[in-house]
Design a protein around this ligand. Structure first.
Ligand code: PEP
Ligand code: MG
Length: 573
């Protein structure tokens, strides 16, 4: 079956189907309300046990105050008012338990949300989290546990979310394929970070594959082969060996400088999602962390991560990198990264909606906790702060004002942090790219996020597999915006980096160097290959071709041009 190869490599193994049911709750007449009552009480009890387990797991990372908040979640399950209202509804109105939980929770959420008090508003998230947990238990939904697979497996799914991937058992996940998803969906990015071969956008996949089928994933060609013949298996086993040999050969350039043949130094940094990725950064010789996607800390948790837990993670990364830069991006929730426990209403256009800095400026109590944790970690390394999705100057000013307020709080509490910490913005919305000359006056650095910049410039949802042909990193309009940002940054004397997936694209690297980009941040697995390419290029050969590429009319023409250029610059490739 054909889809899009989103993470390279070959995987051969047995299929494990990961299903997920839509949580769709309807009102039903309960023939036996007493039985419903028992179902409800059992689910409540299990939910309590689950919360207790999670609490124990994270106990060492949280302060007593935060632990109390966690306990209050648990005690809500025993709250007589909450419980009796649900039980009353089941018995008096004879409805199914899940409907009663939903109705009572919705009404509480509405009450909390209408209160003019941040603390009470935040309680609505608690209610949502608890009711979701109980409803999932009642409906027995949730799919397989991806974190503990019983053997080496190929995961087959309708859709895989970023939090599915971040929970995956790395050792046991050989490869994966799904019906939904495109190349720069966050799920795909994580698959590349974890070096798991993956194919997405495979129509009809779930109808064709059964648990236990022998599957080959070809992450380069975008193929999923189901129960292939022996000859095909042998052919792919050979390709797997070749691929592994290629990866090994790159280890020869670990420790070498990243510079062009004519001496231009380039920084090759890594994108990470958690301290778990640090091994990959070191194994691939990353020269810093150019993008730490902190939202995965929030996605991996069933509550808002407390300050202490965040601080520990950020400090761990900052300390591990010694004096090398660690750019910590404030949480970029929203779009395809949904947080169940933050009751964010469904939106018509989530990627254009309440996400990233917009959410943080609206929910300052959440934002400040994160800023405190990042600032505290800055005392332990070379930390920088990055604000995502900035679309106008007002947002940048508001974010900086909150950062200053937070610093002031820490100073008054005598808590150390790096007083000269730098803060920069993601340039990933066309308005920010177009106005980058103005932004450059008020920010310390730019980081170009091509994944979103492409989707917003070309108006193409980055995760929609039906539109993959329109979503291209070679779109001339995107390249022109990139050039504008690099030029404006240089003019203002501030550093410009790129952390979107384009930064690790071998075909684009020569053009980007030609435009003057010197800081690249990418999946750790792309670093050595990129260094090898850069070490074979001469910057002075690239300036004219970069301008030429910018003058082309279509993405296809640009891609073809870039491919030829790469070949001509290194005939041996
Ligand atoms: C980007 O948009 O290019 C980026 C790096 O951020 P993310 O992929 O997390 O949206
Ligand atoms: Mg982005």
């Amino acid at each position: 079956m054909k889809g899009y190869g989103v993470s390279p490599g070959v995987a051969i193994g047995r299929a494990v189907i990961h299903w997920k049911e839509q949580i769709d709750i309807h009102q039903e007449y309960a023939e036996d309300p007493e039985r419903e009552l028992v179902r409800f009480r059992t689910a409540l009890e299990f939910a309590g046990e689950q919360m207790e387990d999670t609490h124990e797991k994270i106990l060492h990372n949280i302060t007593p105050g935060e632990s109390a908040v966690f306990k209050s979640h648990g005690s809500m399950l025993k709250d007589p008012d909450f419980v009796s209202r649900i039980e009353g509804m089941i018995l008096d109105r004879g409805v199914n338990a899940e409907w009663a939980v939903k109705c009572v929770s919705d009404s509480l959420i509405q009450i909390f949300e209408s209160m003019n008090n941040d603390y009470m508003k935040a309680r609505s998230d608690d209610v949502k989290d608890i009711s979701d947990r109980v409803i999932k238990l009642l409906l027995q939904v949730g799919g397989i546990d991806l974190s503990s697979l019983s053997g080496p497996s190929i995961i087959i799914a309708g859709e895989l979310t970023p939090s599915d991937i971040s929970q995956m058992d790395r050792e046991m996940t050989l490869g994966m394929a799904s019906e939904k998803g495109g190349r720069t969906s966050h799920t795909a990015i994580l698959a590349r970070t974890l070096e798991i071969p993956a194919v997405m956008g495979v129509k009809g996949l779930m109808d064709e594959v059964e648990n236990g089928d022998l599957i080959i994933i070809d992450g380069e060609a975008g193929l999923v082969l189901i129960n292939p013949d022996d000859e095909t298996v042998k052919e792919y086993e050979e390709r797997l060996r070749q691929y592994n040999r290629f990866r090994e050969s790159l280890s020869g350039i670990v420790g070498l400088k990243t510079e062009t043949l004519d001496g231009m130094r380039v920084d090759l940094e890594a994108n990470v999602a958690s301290p778990k990725d640090l091994d990959d950064v070191f194994n691939n010789d990353g020269e810093g962390i150019g993008l730490y996607r902190t939202e995965f800390l929030y996605l991996d948790s069933s509550i808002l991560p407390p300050e202490e837990a965040q601080f520990e993670q950020y400090r761990c990364v900052a300390e591990a990198m010694l004096d090398r830069p660690v750019v910590i991006r404030t949480m970029d929730i929203g779009g395809d990264k949904k947080l169940d426990y933050l009751s964010i209403p469904e939106e018509q256009n989530p990627f254009l909606g309440y996400r990233a800095i917009r959410l943080c400026l609206d929910r300052q109590e959440i934002f400040k906790v994160q800023l405190r944790a990042i600032l505290r970690a800055s005392a332990f390394g070379n930390v920088r702060i990055l604000f995502p999705m900035i679309s106008c100057l007002e947002e940048l000013r508001a974010a900086k004002a909150i950062l200053e307020e937070t610093k002031e709080e820490l100073r008054s509490q005598k808590i150390p942090f790096d007083e000269s910490i730098q803060s920069g913005i993601m340039v990933e919305v066309p308005s920010a790219a177009i106005m980058s000359d103005v932004f450059a006056r008020e920010t310390d650095f730019f980081s170009i996020g091509t994944n979103d910049l492409i989707q917003y410039t070309a108006a193409v949802d980055r995760g929609n597999e039906k539109l993959s042909h329109l979503y291209s990193q070679y779109h001339p309009a995107v390249l022109r915006l990139i050039k504008t940002v690099i030029d404006n940054g240089r003019e203002a004397g501030i550093p410009v980096g790129m952390c979107g997936e384009s930064a690790g694209d071998p075909k684009l690297i020569p053009i980007l160097l030609g435009m003057g980009l010197t800081e690249f941040s990418m999946n750790p697995s792309s670093i050595l290959r990129s260094r090898w390419i850069i070490r074979n290029l001469r910057k002075s050969d690239l300036e004219a071709p970069a301008l030429e590429a910018l003058s082309l009319g279509t993405a296809e023409e640009v891609e073809e041009y870039c491919a030829k250029l790469l070949k001509s610059l290194d005939p041996g490739r």
